[in-house]
Write a protein that binds this ligand. Structure first.
Ligand code: FAD
Length: 490
């Protein structure tokens, strides 16, 4: 197989994973990253004496990271370690209910029975359905390209296609969840999984009820060095395979010759390539790097609705809370109203569901003694020019009031240091169109088919990986996009 000169635009998690896979195949790989650090949304920063993972905090499907080390002939544990969580997340409801989502299914079934009275059989039936959707969709929607004939010729794909009626694509997640549980708190619990890819449970197809399977069957994990160790260990692996990373190297243009990608322009310098892989958001890849070729734009795909974004307060807190866990959720009393605000009014509901992640619970050196690092996040609409400063001021007050009431302590007086990230910052720091976290939303049953393919249908030698293309956003799917791209390249 001839050695190819592969250039990757962006050192997000998918760009790094693609670099590793292509280097393992023997290609010469260089990565060009606009920022002065790798990782994109998966980054970290120090704030006074606190360390924060800036973006993702929930780590599932660690086997996809391990696989990269194994593929390169290395032992994953020499580079990257993680621990399984016994309690995946602690849920606080407005009626005072506290629910521990135990990783062990029997224990979780007993917990929901004790806290809500829901029969354990309901949970078992639910998780069986979730597992069944996974077994049908995994080969078709996740692990292979939807856009390649070869993918449909696999025996397991054909088998899955015959079972499509079982994937529940014609009712919403919320409707399906209501059918499974008598107790509204459990419907709300399972509706929340729509937010794992930035969607709305009141419109997204019930096929997304596959998501709990990834967390509740395969488990949730904490990387020993914090989330950023996923990036640092993979960059180390890539460099050991000869991959060259260029930082502060924003790519300005992809140069075509007769509809074939031939070079990139970085800081006005042309660098030629046999293969170009964009890990940059697909919207900006076209509207930024390929803007001189509008006739080649996949217009319908670029018009798709974006996923939701996030508003995050990074708070250094001068107290430790025994009642809190690594992952905590403080639910809104009216979930429907909250999603209506995100998706219809495109603003922030006065009682948002608050996600609180405290990595110092597992990694004490992330905060000074007797302190905690609070990553306090709410889901918000994608950036379409809202008055964010005003929305943030109000949301900050509402979040503090809610947390102070539920935790029985004035939180504002405990904040030692603060940083805020909103959709505008997410957009400018990672070139994610409208600051969406997961590319396009999955709010319709056609979303999977209208997500951009991993290879350009119109431009030769141009490939795409990352959360804004197939199979979608979130670390596991971004890692799968890298696999699909490298399977395509010989
Ligand atoms: P990105 O992270 O989007 O990075 C793209 C890279 O390309 C960036 O480094 C950018 O600087 C670079 N780039 C862009 N344009 C150029 C250019 N012209 N030239 C050179 N470089 C360029 N996922 C989970 O699995 N679990 C979670 O708990 C979770 N929570 C999240 C919370 C937040 C606040 C955010 C923001 C995301 C979260 N996600 C979560 C989603 C997850 O972070 C993303 O899906 C994933 O990290 C996206 O990776 P990517 O490979 O698409 O690249």
């Amino acid at each position: 197989m001839p050695v190819k000169n592969a250039l990757i635009i962006g050192a997000g998690i998918a760009g790094i994973a693609t670099a590793i896979r292509l280097a393992v195949k023997g290609h010469h790989v260089e990565v060009f990253e606009a920022n002065n650090y790798p990782g994109g949304k998966l980054s970290e920063f120090e704030q006074d004496d606190f360390r924060f993972d800036a973006g993702p905090s929930l780590f599932t499907m660690p086997q996809y990271v391990d696989e990269l080390f194994t593929l390169a002939g290395k032992n994953p544990v020499d580079f990257f370690n993680y621990q399984k969580l016994d309690v995946v997340c602690r849920y606080f409801y407005e009626d005072g209910t506290i629910l521990n989502a135990y990783a062990d299914q029997e224990q979780f079934a007993a917990e929901i029975n004790q806290q809500t009275g829901e029969p354990t059989a309901s949970l078992k039936k639910y998780l069986k359905n979730s597992a069944n959707i996974y077994s049908i969709t995994n080969h078709v929607f996740l692990e292979r390209s939807l856009h390649r004939l070869k993918a449909y010729l696999h025996g397991d794909t054909v088998h899955s296609v015959f079972k499509f009626p079982q994937i529940d694509a014609f009712r919403t997640m919320h409707k399906a969840n209501q059918g499974f549980f008598k107790d509204k708190r459990l419907t709300q619990f399972y509706d929340r999984y729509a937010t794992y890819n930035g969607s709305n449970p009141y419109t997204a197809p019930a096929t997304l009820n596959v998501i709990p399977h990834l967390e509740q069957h395969y488990g949730a994990y904490f990387p020993v060095g914090g989330m950023y160790s996923i990036v640092s260990s993979l960059v180390k692996l890539a460099e050991s395979l000869g991959v060259i990373f260029h930082y502060n190297a924003p790519v300005n243009e992809i140069i075509l010759e007769k509809k074939s990608a031939k070079a990139i322009k970085v800081n006005n310098k042309l660098i030629s390539a046999d293969i170009i892989v964009s890990n940059m958001d697909i919207w900006f890849t076209y509207h930024g790097l390929l803007k001189q070729y509008p006739h080649l734009f996949p217009k319908k795909i670029l018009r798709q609705e974006r996923s939701s974004s996030a508003l995050i307060f990074y708070w250094g807190i001068k107290k430790q809370f025994v009642q809190l866990n690594l992952h905590n959720i403080f639910f809104s009393a009216d979930y429907k109203a909250e999603f209506d605000h995100i998706w219809l009014q495109k603003d922030i509901y006065h009682d948002p569901t608050v996600y609180l992640n405290i990595s110092s619970k597992c990694k004490p050196d992330d905060a000074p003694k007797d302190c905690e690092n609070w990553f306090t996040m709410i889901n918000v609409p994608a950036n379409t020019g809202q008055d964010w400063d005003s929305l943030i001021n109000t949301a900050r007050q509402n979040i503090l009031t809610k947390l102070s009431r539920i935790l029985g302590q004035d939180i504002s007086g405990l904040i030692l240091s603060e940083n805020i990230l909103d959709p505008r910052g997410i957009e400018s720091q990672t070139s994610s169109y409208q600051g969406s976290l997961y590319g396009t939303s999955s709010n319709s049953q056609f979303a999977a088919f209208l997500r951009h393919a991993n290879r350009s249908p119109a431009i030769k030698n141009l490939y795409f990986c990352g959360g804004s293309v197939h199979p979608g956003g979130g670390i596991p799917l971004c890692l799968l996009s890298a696999k699909i791209v490298s399977d395509w390249i010989n």
